[in-house]
Design a protein around this ligand. Structure first.
Ligand code: CIR
Length: 255
């Protein structure tokens, strides 16, 4: 079965980190309502949702994806690139201990889970303001004995690699070619987002279903036309905090 670790929206979300977006007021009630719908969809798709308590001291703590990389064999606790986010690790470690042996990225490595795309045994690490080559090197060392290969990827135009590209299957990626070059992924075929929807590349794959942000219907239609079970999810409020769909969960298999 699958577990999805999530966390309630912090009452301090208005003080979130922002890198590329201008600050806009976040309606916390709407953010919480959309987040609950997201959790409901994960449950409908068979995930057991382990919902962690809100963290009033950590504005960005709803974005649990950035704090760990969970593989079948181990979980790697990251060292987030933003200082304000490092304290989010303690509770994520506690949540993961029952499920996986834990490993850690150490200084001077910095890594946000949003920069780590795992596709079967290939792990792509986006080099960004939040993730560096040293962390990619450490990650490579931690996972090599489990048969994974870590590759570094450059990108621009967005905060994290997975805003530019995510996997819709083990063979195929959904990509915004303006932000990341498809030649970085020679083993995969690529579907392009609709050019009018540059932020649409971040989708959550659960079994055969692909969750896409409801704001990007044209990309959703592209996926449906190609035979994917594409399902819209409202995520506009947390998008103002530079969060996308994958950021709000850590999804993995358990016996
Ligand atoms: C941050 O800047 O860390 C948060 N405001 C947004 C994090 C989004 N996470 C992700 O894309 N994986």
């Amino acid at each position: 079965m699958r577990v999805a670790i999530t966390r309630g929206v912090s009452p301090a979300i208005g003080a979130c980190e922002l890198t590329l977006l201008e600050r806009e007021a976040i309606d916390i009630d709407n953010a919480r309502a959309q987040h609950s719908l997201y959790e409901g969809i994960l449950e409908e798709l068979g995930c057991r949702v382990e919902h962690l308590d809100e963290e009033p001291g950590f504005p960005d703590s709803v974005f649990v994806e950035d704090i760990a990389v969970v593989l079948d064999e181990i979980a790697v606790i990251t060292r987030p690139g933003a200082l304000s986010r490092r304290g989010e690790r303690a509770s994520i470690e506690r949540a993961l201990v029952p499920h996986r042996p834990l490993k850690h990225i150490q200084a001077p490595g910095i890594l946000d889970g949003g920069d780590v795309m795992v596709v079967a045994k290939s792990i792509y690490v986006g080099l960004s303001t939040r993730s560096n080559a040293e962390a990619a090197r450490q990650l490579g060392g931690l996972v090599a004995s489990h048969g994974y290969r870590v590759m570094k990827v450059g990108f621009s135009g967005c905060l994290h690699l997975k805003s530019a590209v995510t996997a819709v299957s083990d063979d195929t990626l959904l990509i915004n070619p303006e932000w990341v070059d498809a030649s970085a992924f020679p083993e995969h075929s690529c579907i392009h987002v609709d050019p009018a929807e540059p932020r649409a590349a971040n989708v959550v794959r659960i079994g055969n279903a692909v969750l896409f942000a409801a704001e990007f219907p044209q990309t959703g239609e592209r996926l449906s036309a190609l035979g994917y079970d594409a399902r819209p999810v409202e995520a506009s409020e947390l998008a103002k905090a530079e969060g996308a769909l994958t950021c709000c969960s850590l999804i993995f298999e358990v016996p």
